[in-house]
Design a protein. Structure first.
Ligand code: SF4
Length: 465
């Protein structure tokens, strides 16, 4: 249901078009939100705004919100509340809030009421209308717009890319999985895929702009194409990999239940598809996986891992794990530790379960106490730290190609970037290397990072590009 409320302010508060017209966007949450902020930036620049580097000098401040993380609402409300004084000093300042959190009608209304100095509140689904909302704000009107049913894919919106060496490309939106702890299907809607040609065309455009590395984005990339005819994630990878000049293709996130043999074969055979899979495991207990509605078992998860490792011996796996899900017993948790031990993830994002309003897990009985969650998280992190260290140590003496992301010249000239399989490497170098593909030999491991020196050639067989 769409709710749009444009409220006229008293005439003396009407805004003049601000001379500077500089915008600043603060983004919370995942890569999907980063990509949405790039689109918001593109839309604003088409109507004459230019990008600022801080809130202080901005004439328009936008918050792109996320509702997935812990205490997200509190953090966003706190950030917005802090702007009241600035708005009092400068009534021409435009403040807008959008993103997943604002897709929730109730939360959007609450924010709109609590902060009368906020000019624009809208859900992500209405992003293409941002210029119109800003125009209204400049004319003195407030906007509250939420449309839960607008699931149209808008392919041709302008955007300003923020990635220095890697560009994000959306391939599908929304999610049909309804994991019992997750709010995403309720705020991002049902799953829908972009046409394959639209993705390939965007990849070609980005390569023409100078990008040689892309990340294909979706809540569940592996189910790409299920709403199209004759399309799958494997066939999409195959088509995108043909784009001339494209050296590295990454993707995220993969749902284990949809990761097919066809996709593993495509990954292994296409030379520019990177050998890294972010494969959220969430739990190692079948009982908890079932309560989470993940639709795979620990045995199936391990089988996928083994297939990936057999097809690509250099593949690196990263994951997400939740501890203290409702009903998780010590035995269930030990199953999680056991699976982490067996798989050997390069790294893991680990979380204590926290209930999200509107999800079924939030009302499940047998909630785990915070003290138990904390204790389990510590044990899991200690194990993962050991596994990450072991994983890093196997690289000492190996060489590979680093795609250089950035360099820090403050103390010592250190550049960094990733091997094709996502391992981050630091080495001595200077800023002209940014964007280059540089052979680096790993010489040592410090804390949790790989350090190396530039090498004559690569002996590391993954990095052929
Ligand atoms: S797959 Fe599950 S965790 Fe991921 S977005 Fe969909 S519902 Fe959320």
């Amino acid at each position: 249901m769409e709710c749009t409320n444009m409220e006229q302010k008293s005439p003396f508060l009407s805004k003049m078009i601000n001379a500077a017209r500089v915008y600043y966007i603060e983004t919370f949450g995942c890569q999907m939100n980063v990509r949405d902020s790039e689109t918001a930036a593109g839309l604003l620049e088409t109507v004459g705004f230019s990008r600022g580097t801080d809130k202080e000098s901005a004439a328009l401040i936008l918050f792109n919100t996320c509702c997935v993380r812990d205490h997200a609402e509190k953090r966003v409300f706190g950030n917005i509340g802090a702007l009241k004084e600035r708005k009092d000093e400068n009534p021409n300042l435009i403040i807008g809030v959008f993103g997943c959190m604002m897709q929730q009608q109730e939360v959007a209304e609450k924010l709109y009421k609590r902060f009368p100095f906020v000019d624009i509140v809208f859900g992500t689904n209405l992003l293409s209308r941002l210029p119109a909302f800003v125009e209204s704000a400049e004319a003195g009107s407030r906007t509250l717009a939420v449309d839960e049913n607008n699931i149209q894919i808008e392919d041709d919106l302008p955007s300003i890319r923020t990635g220095k060496i890697n560009a994000f490309v959306n391939i599908n939106y929304g999610c049909d999985n309804f994991c019992t702890y997750c709010i995403v299907p309720f705020v991002r809607g049902r799953e829908r895929s972009r046409e394959m040609q639209a993705v390939v065309d965007e990849a070609k455009k980005l390569v023409a702009e100078g990008y040689t590395e892309l990340t294909l984005l979706g809540q569940n990339v592996n189910s790409y194409g299920k709403d199209l005819i004759n399309a799958s994630f494997a066939s999409l990878l195959t088509e995108v990999s043909k784009v001339e000049g494209l050296k590295r293709i990454r993707f995220m996130t993969s749902h284990p239940k949809d990761l097919s043999d066809e996709m593993i074969a495509a990954m292994a055979s296409l030379p520019n598809v990177c050998h890294h899979v972010h494969l959220p495991m969430q739990s190692g207990s079948n009982e908890i996986l079932s309560r989470m509605n993940r639709k795979y078992t620990r045995e199936r998860y391990l089988e996928i891992v083994q297939k990936l490792q057999a097809a690509m011996p250099d593949v690196e796996l990263t994951t997400d794990i939740i501890v203290g899900f409702p009903g998780e017993t010590e035995e269930d948790f030990l199953q999680t530790l056991d699976l982490v031990e067996q798989v050997g993830f390069a790294s893991a994002f680990t979380f204590k379960y926290s209930p999200r309003k509107g999800t079924s897990a939030a009302t499940m009985e047998e909630q785990v106490t915070d003290i138990t969650k904390r204790e389990r998280l510590q044990r899991l992190n200690a194990l993962q730290e050991r596994k990450s260290r072991e994983n890093n140590e196997k690289y000492v003496g190996l060489a590979g190609i680093v795609h250089v992301e950035d360099c820090n010249t403050k103390n010592e000239p250190v550049c960094y970037g990733k091997f094709s399989n996502f391992k981050m490497v630091y080495f001595t170098g200077t800023p002209e290397l940014i964007g280059q593909y540089v052979p680096v030999t790993v010489t040592n491991v410090r804390k949790n990072s790989l350090y190396g020196k530039t090498a004559e050639s690569s002996k590391y067989k993954t990095d052929t590009n």
